[in-house]
Design a protein around this ligand. Structure first.
Ligand code: GLY
Length: 314
């Protein structure tokens, strides 16, 4: 099987001055994951490391760069899933760690549970030797400004957030195994303790070697209502291609609950797609030594991996 990785840096609206940062960020993440796959690494390792790259990049709403809750704090959700055996681990409302996706993987591998939340996640992180970082280190000027603007009496909480964020990755390795990983700071000015789709299996992501893998992004409450990631895989089980399945699931979410978002999908035979019903979604994919990337509907910039690496290193 030829390895493939697809990543997203969140569906929504990307402001003009941030477009290049998003493009560079998703390319870096996809190349990091592909390098692991090319050297014989597993899909699980590849998606984890790709997501770590985006959690560490302040452009994205995950890890450093996460949006703030109503009290001005960062609370993060993440999930990882291994298509080999349907093992999955997740954290929700996680605080003061740099990489929630790593903690999600430890939940999967070191506990009999699938999801640890808030204080329990913190206790577990400490027990696993994950360094605590001051909450302030995860907060960017931009996220603090947005939080403050949303607290103003004239701000309208009924207007849906347009730059939704979230990061994710799906991959297939040379053994034909698939995996997914998704990580987010959630919705800006969310209630303390709000858990979104990302931490919920079948909503924020799903991976099954018998079908394929998906990672989602968008309005979490809508995604949860239609269990978006599992819905995509369900359509593929019924014979749809990744593209058809993504379109059908996103249309259903729009028609049924007026929800918008995006998905990246990989099939058990290595077919893939990146689709969204929002104005934009940053995404990148690497397969066969070729890197593809886009932000707008219909955009697909294609370069060789060598060209992309040279550009990123300059
Ligand atoms: N999809 C991210 C969230 O709503 O939390």
């Amino acid at each position: 099987m030829k390895p493939v990785i697809v990543v997203h840096g969140g569906a929504g609206t990307i402001f003009k001055d941030r477009e290049e940062g998003y493009r560079t960020g998703v390319k870096r993440a996809a190349l990091k994951g592909y390098n692991i796959l090319k050297n014989g690494g597993s899909a699980l390792e590849a998606v984890e490391e790709a997501v770590v790259v985006m959690e560490d990049d302040p452009h994205f709403n995950a890890g450093c760069g996460s949006v703030l809750n109503e009290k001005g704090d960062v609370e993060m959700d993440a999930i990882i899933m291994d298509g080999k055996n349907l093992a999955s681990g997740a954290v929700s409302a996680a605080r003061c760690i740099a990489n929630p996706i790593k903690l999600a993987r430890l939940v999967m591998e070191k506990t009999d549970h699938m999801l640890l939340t808030d204080r329990g996640a913190s206790i577990f992180a400490k027990a696993q030797g994950i360094p605590e970082v001051p909450g302030e280190m995860l907060v960017t000027d931009r996220s603090r400004e947005r939080w403050k603007a949303n607290l103003k009496p004239e701000s309208n909480p009924a207007v849906p957030q347009i730059d939704l964020g979230t990061v994710g990755a799906v991959a297939i390795d040379s053994d034909g195994s698939v995996a997914c990983a998704t990580s987010t700071g959630g919705l800006t000015n969310k209630l303390v303790g709000r858990v979104g789709d990302t931490a919920c299996i079948g909503s924020g992501g799903y991976a099954d070697d018998l079908v394929g893998a998906t990672s989602t992004t968008g309005h979490g409450e809508s995604i949860m209502k239609v269990v978006l990631a599992r819905l995509v895989l369900h359509h593929m089980e019924q014979g749809m291609t990744p593209e058809e399945a993504a379109d059908a699931a996103l249309s259903y979410m729009k028609e049924r609950v007026n929800g918008h978002g995006g998905v990246i999908v990989i099939s058990k035979s290595g077919g893939w797609t990146a689709k969204f019903s929002t104005k934009q979604m940053s995404w990148a994919a690497v397969t066969d030594g070729q890197l593809q990337c886009g932000i707008y509907q219909g955009e697909n910039q294609i370069t060789t991996v060598e060209e992309a690496l040279a550009l990123l290193l300059n």
